[in-house]
Design a protein around this ligand. Structure first.
Ligand SMILES: [Zn+2]
Length: 262
């Protein structure tokens, strides 16, 4: 067999790597924009906060306050926060679309395979609920990494857990009352249980978000009901335990069920 010269092999590997990087950014342009936020014209408030150049200065105090309070909620659920996402505060829907690649919702979070993460907020997202919700996604991502989160964590768990720090739908923090409130909300959205979503149906992003408004709200309420039910059994201290077991190689399914019974 003819030997391939080393310099050619290196060139091929380099070209292959380059093609991979380019196609990643073509598929996910929002990651490119977030990654290069320093060159965007956004104001750098600190290493973890960027604001649109159009954002009035008075929003800064509110943002800082909301971030602080959101971190307290994360601490209650997770213990000391490990998430370190860069927050990007947008002023217009165009900016939000550029960084989030969606015009839906008030906030979104993006985690990259190389470990950096971003929380993008539009003006409606400038409040504790939205920031805590996105921080909870980021906390999960930071602790498990992109690969494990993508492969192992069902979307209903990711969203349901985020609802535990997001009080837009249910505001009580008492675990039993919270579960009952989500159950009632679920019944009301499903018109007394006429529509039911199976957890399997909402375990992928597509299954969770593809559908009309009623489907998406019912998906959130179903996720909120399931995770709040689980937390009444498993207690909040079990969230870090669940994560550490997954990191140790156990499957989400197994450990989630086992903690449910303990
Ligand atoms: Zn979410």
């Amino acid at each position: 067999m003819k030997k391939i010269p080393l310099h050619r092999l290196i060139l091929w590997v380099f070209m292959g790597g380059l093609a991979l990087v380019i196609s990643y950014f073509v598929l996910f342009p929002q990651v490119w924009y977030c990654q290069w936020i320093d060159f965007s014209g956004f104001k750098k408030v600190n290493q973890h906060l960027y604001m649109s150049a159009k954002t009035p200065q008075r929003h800064l105090d509110k943002t800082n306050e909301s971030i602080k309070e959101a971190r307290q909620r994360i601490t209650r659920l997770w213990g000391v926060p490990q998430g370190n996402a860069v927050v990007i505060l947008c002023e217009s829907t165009e900016e939000y679309y550029q960084y989030c690649h969606s015009s839906e919702g008030a906030g979104c979070s993006i985690g990259t395979p190389w470990g950096t993460s971003f929380i993008i907020l539009n003006l409606d997202g400038l409040n504790v609920d939205v920031i805590a919700h996105e921080m909870c996604h980021d906390e999960l991502f930071t602790r498990l990494g992109w690969w494990t989160t993508t492969r192992q964590i069902p979307q209903w768990f990711n969203e349901g857990l985020a609802l535990m720090v997001d009080e837009r739908f249910v505001s009580t923090t008492d675990s039993i009352q919270r579960y009952q409130a989500y159950k009632e909300a679920c019944l009301s959205v499903s018109r007394g249980g006429q529509m039911v979503l199976d957890l399997d149906e909402i375990s992928s992003m597509k299954g969770f978000f593809d559908g009309n408004e009623t489907h998406v709200i019912l998906a959130y309420m179903t996720a909120g009901t399931e995770v709040s039910r689980w937390l009444t059994n498993a207690e909040r201290k079990q969230v870090p335990l669940l994560i550490s077991r997954i990191k140790a190689g156990e499957s989400f399914e197994d450990i989630y069920r086992r903690l449910d019974k303990d």
